[in-house]
Design a protein around this ligand. Structure first.
Ligand code: FMN
Length: 184
């Protein structure tokens, strides 16, 4: 917990729009709340990806292969989300702000802080994951966490001690094609 609070301290250094701090982080460690979050996560993940996962597994088995590891890894998280020791829920207070049109300043006032948190926990020896699928059940989560009505969730960051030494640079095929010279 000390590392998490320290990392959230660094997160507070992230930029914030309109000279006001709109980012809020809810740190969830209570086992009952985590279990409920995990159950919502499993339900919405299965609704979105369950059939796709089964099809991918069947197709892979037909070829004598394993389903893609990123899909299995996401499925593993879905099955175990409730067992993550800490969930950090990154929120933004939209009070007084229209949710129509340009929302860049609003979301930009929380997402860099959430990413700063992830980098900071990593440097402190923990691991976290950026997830958003739980927002398919945002209303239920908001009730569970007693969020004020004006507060929206930007990301849910399960955080844990990593097992093993498996860190390596993320695979980003053809990243150079995403960098544009002067015009797209
Ligand atoms: C906006 C956004 C939302 C995401 N939501 C989820 C999610 O709900 N569940 C999940 O398993 N992965 C989600 N991911 C993907 C993971 O955070 C991660 O990027 C992915 O597993 C690939 O791993 P890598 O970044 O280490 O290559 C999301 C990523 C982004 C950027």
């Amino acid at each position: 917990m000390e590392s998490i609070l320290r990392a959230l301290g660094y997160a507070g250094q992230a930029p914030t729009g309109g000279a006001s701090i709109r980012a809020h982080f809810v740190v969830v460690t209570d086992p009952g709340t985590r279990a409920e979050l995990g159950e919502h996560y499993r339900r919405v993940w299965n609704a979105r990806y369950g059939e796709f996962l089964e099809a991918a597994r069947s197709e892979a088995a037909r070829r004598g292969e394993k389903a893609p590891s990123d899909l299995e890894s996401a499925a593993h998280l879905a099955a175990n989300m409730g067992r993550m020791p800490v969930h950090v829920v990154a929120c933004v207070d939209t009070a007084g702000r229209s949710m129509d049109g340009n929302q860049a300043s609003l979301w930009g006032s929380v997402l860099p802080a959430a990413w700063s948190y992830m980098l900071a926990v990593r440097s402190l020896g923990l691991a976290s994951a950026w997830t958003t699928v739980l927002l398919d059940a945002e209303q239920e989560v908001a009730e569970l966490l007693e969020l004020p009505e004006s507060v929206r969730i930007g990301a849910v960051l399960p955080t844990a001690h990593p097992l093993g030494e498996g860190f390596r640079p993320a695979r980003r095929d053809n990243w150079a094609a995403h960098i544009h010279d002067e015009r797209w």
